[in-house]
Design a protein around this ligand. Structure first.
Ligand code: URA
Length: 192
């Protein structure tokens, strides 16, 4: 991917932030796009949002090394603007391939951009329509995503940067999501 020129983000990047973690992860986390720290270091989620993500993962009881962390696009958008639809689309085959090869049992989408990148249709309205407690039609409350013969459960929650902006509200809304992941990880470990 280091020579990728599939979209305009290639012009301003310092490093391609490919992703990091286990090659057989139970969980894959998908963020939005690299920020300044990530662009410099070539590693996802190493800035302030990364610190928040680390503390969430600690609550869940997983380490960064045993999961896989990547982003909806691999290159930093100028001035940290949101990635555009065509940039998400240009990077989607790579995200799909990572899911297909790494076969995570659960993919966690952090925020609207990550959710957008995995949907056929634009995400209209509030992100909360995808939260487990609002998924009336899914009996078990998990969404699913299939690619290349692999099916993963999907959980959508707010991005860690929302925790930095509105800590109390983010904590209240997302605690059930992360508790759900924590319990699911525990039950998967017992099943091994
Ligand atoms: N850092 C990342 O790698 N991704 C984000 O979405 C935010 C910060």
């Amino acid at each position: 991917m280091e020579g990728c020129g599939s979209c305009d983000l290639c012009h301003d990047r310092t490093k391609v932030v490919f992703g990091e973690g286990a090659t057989n992860p139970l969980v894959m986390v998908v963020g939005e796009a690299p920020g300044e720290d990530e662009d410099t270091q070539g590693i996802p989620f190493v800035g302030k949002a990364g610190e928040k993500l680390n503390s969430i993962l600690e609550y869940v009881g997983v380490t960064r090394e045993e999961i896989y962390i990547t982003n909806s696009v691999l290159c930093r958008p100028p001035n940290n603007r949101n990635p555009r639809a065509e940039e998400l689309e240009a990077c989607k085959w790579r995200l799909d391939l990572q899911i297909q090869l790494l076969k995570p049992k659960l993919v966690i989408l952090l925020g609207k951009i990550a959710t957008q990148s995995m949907q056929e249709q634009p995400v209209k309205g509030a992100l909360s329509q995808f939260f487990p407690e609002n998924l009336k039609e899914q009996k078990d409350g998990w969404l699913r995503y299939s690619v290349g013969g692999h099916e993963a459960k999907v959980l959508i929650t707010y991005h860690p940067s929302y925790h930095l902006r509105s800590p109390e509200r983010a904590y209240r809304t997302t605690l059930p999501h992360w508790t759900r992941v924590k319990k699911w990880v525990e039950s998967e470990r017992q099943a091994i």
